[in-house]
Ligand binder design. Structure first.
Ligand code: PGA
Length: 250
């Protein structure tokens, strides 16, 4: 059975106090309202990880939005996986399109980040996705496949088993334009096929999340797609009611 996951990517939003309030609301609502067995993940900024981690329980885990590819050393301003592990962080989002675009993260560097995250026993949520231009040119599938190949295909079967994928078409992130269910299912199926070509049956169990303007009113039909195993939620994860309603969509 593929694990169902809904992860909230808070990006650079919420002060520590605001984050504690939001996380508390989410945990309480989940306790009272959510009957499905989806794993929930909250990914606040680095400064709030430790405080929020203390509020969470087995239903709701904590994730970081990034980490450095090196174990430690003279990398001013950076955060290591060991530091994240020490405060009970379970997941790390890697290769979000905003990090690829604004911080020039490459597939090769992301391969190193994937390695160090796995080595420390954390779970990478590896993001992939194409621009609108690439989709219009008809090279979106090839492009996404190359992101997966270059950052993940060096992993052993056992390592790959722990990876979660998030397909996030860049044209749908924060734009209010969601991929149609047909577009989402098509891409998730192609991604799974590509992963199966390398990892066989193991990839049939890989959770592939959809991200990009996923909201309470479209989550149900997206999550109903055969190869969509949950969501990576940006804007709608900043409101407890919306985030919990998305979780309830399974
Ligand atoms: P969005 O962001 O839900 O605001 O479109 C998704 C993401 O960037 O992970």
């Amino acid at each position: 059975m593929r694990k169902k996951i809904v992860a909230g990517n808070w990006k650079m939003n919420k002060t520590h106090e605001e984050g504690l309030k939001l996380a508390t609301e989410i945990v309480n609502m989940v306790k009272d309202e959510v009957r499905n067995d989806a794993q929930l993940v909250i990914c606040p900024s680095f400064v709030s990880l430790q405080g929020i981690a203390k509020l969470l329980d087995s239903r709701v885990s904590i994730g970081a939005q990034n980490c450095n590819s090196k174990a430690s050393g003279a990398y001013t301003g950076e955060v290591s996986v060991e530091m994240l592990k020490a405060i009970d962080v379970k997941y790390v989002i890697l290769g979000h399109s905003e990090r690829r675009e604004y911080f020039k993260e490459t597939n090769l560097e992301l391969a190193e980040k994937v390695n160090i995250v796995l080595k420390n026993g954390l779970i990478p949520i590896f993001c992939c996705g194409e621009t609108l231009k690439q989709r219009e040119k008809g090279i979106h599938i090839e492009f996404v496949n190359s992101q997966l190949t270059e950052s993940l295909f060096h992993l052993s079967d056992d390592e790959f088993r722990k990876v979660v994928i998030a397909y996030e078409p860049i044209w749908a992130i924060g734009t209010g334009v969601t991929a149609s269910t047909a577009q989402a299912q098509e891409m998730h199926e192609k991604i799974r096929k590509h992963l199966i070509s390398k990892y066989g049956k193991t990839a049939e169990e890989t959770s592939i999340l959809y991200g990009g303007s996923c909201k309470p009113d479209n989550a149900k039909e997206l999550f109903a797609c055969k190869d969509v195993d949950g969501g990576l939620i940006g804007g709608a994860s900043l409101k407890s009611r919306d985030f919990v309603d998305i979780i309830k969509s399974f």
